[in-house]
Design a protein around this ligand. Structure first.
Ligand code: GLV
Ligand code: GLV
Length: 323
């Protein structure tokens, strides 16, 4: 028979087609919560689960899905999933690293470039007729010669570092574990506090974990240069939003550009949306046609592998990956 697959959101058509032959697919409605009766019912017979980062996967949900062989998510981050609980039940969890590195690095560096040169403000200025009225836009700043501090130098961080180096920036980084290849990469390690003090621009690309939650709060913003540009392209809760609003309002730092926020989405009356020194995109780091297609296809491959008890091509808990 076919496998029962439950999705919190449909994948792109190319991936759905790949699955259609061997799977009966049920997709949760937009408004349906993890507690909806449909979802609960479907979970009872689900062999595979395709989720996204707004759906928490915890012990209680797993207990409602006794047949589950595999959980997959079209994302590199998996902080919404209790991976230890999945591992205890021998359920491999698949994600999509690798395929989204360049797209996410483009968006991340693009946020910095856009903010530094006020590209979004320039467009707004033109649209509002201020150019034709003879107004002036205030100056941006040169990236060349500046120090970029990257917190979380994984694959995406490294792709951002390469872009920054081509733009003439000096790159320093902070990781929990220092990289043995830092010299070859042309990046210098800095303790976290040291990076905060030295960097002109700071980009966060760490995964969200108990260690990184709230890692940027009052104390950290206070250590940064008043001219600092801060970019978060990782996960919203890594930053204490109230502390960021305070820092931007008091001009403790100069600017924040973010592809992720806490909460997400931001309510229309959120204080961040009232500040002039902010640029926000709606979590679109990997959102290009090529990359989202590759992510959907890798998600389908991960799913099919798990359903067939084969090793997932990209697994976050390899100790229970089928061998
Ligand atoms: C997106 O945020 C991802 O984790 O891929
Ligand atoms: C993504 O694949 C990363 O390691 O940053």
């Amino acid at each position: 028979g076919k496998f029962n697959v439950v999705m919190t959101r449909a994948l792109l058509p190319a991936a759905q087609e790949k699955l259609a032959e061997s799977c009966i697919i049920r997709v949760l409605g937009q408004e349906e919560q993890p507690d909806s009766s449909n979802f609960r019912e479907w979970l009872k017979t689900a062999d595979g689960l395709v989720v996204n980062s707004s759906m928490p996967i915890d012990e209680r949900l797993l207990a409602a899905a006794p047949n589950l062989r595999v959980i997959v998510q079209p994302a590199v981050g998996y902080d919404n999933i209790d991976v230890e609980a999945c591992t205890r039940r021998s359920i491999p969890v698949g994600n999509t690293p690798g395929v989204l590195v360049e797209a996410t690095a483009d968006l991340t560096f693009g946020l910095l470039l856009c903010a530094a040169r006020r590209i979004h403000e320039g467009w707004d200025f033109v649209l509002k007729g201020k150019w034709s009225d003879g107004g002036n836009l205030s100056f941006g700043f040169d990236l060349a010669g500046k120090t970029l501090g990257i917190v979380g130098l994984g694959r995406i961080g490294l792709a951002v570092a390469r872009r920054a180096q081509v733009f003439g920036m000096k790159v320093i980084y902070h990781n929990r574990r220092r990289r043995p290849d830092e010299q070859a990469l042309g990046v210098a390690y800095a303790a976290f506090d040291e990076l905060l003090v030295q960097a002109d621009c700071i980009i966060v690309l760490s995964p969200l974990s108990a260690q990184t939650k709230g890692m940027f709060s009052r104390e950290q913003f206070a250590k940064m240069k008043p001219s600092a540009y801060f970019v978060n392209a990782a996960r919203g809760p890594i930053v204490d939003t109230d502390a960021l609003v305070e820092a931007l309002t008091a001009e403790t730092i100069a600017f924040a550009a973010m592809d992720v926020t806490d909460p997400e989405p931001l309510p229309a009356d959120h204080p961040l949306l009232k500040l002039p020194n902010v640029l926000i995109t709606p979590h679109i780091g990997s959102a290009t046609t090529e990359t989202r297609t590759a992510m959907a296809l890798l998600t389908a491959d991960n799913l099919l592998a798990g359903l067939n008890k084969q090793p997932l091509p990209a697994c976050v808990n390899n100790e229970v990956n089928y061998k």
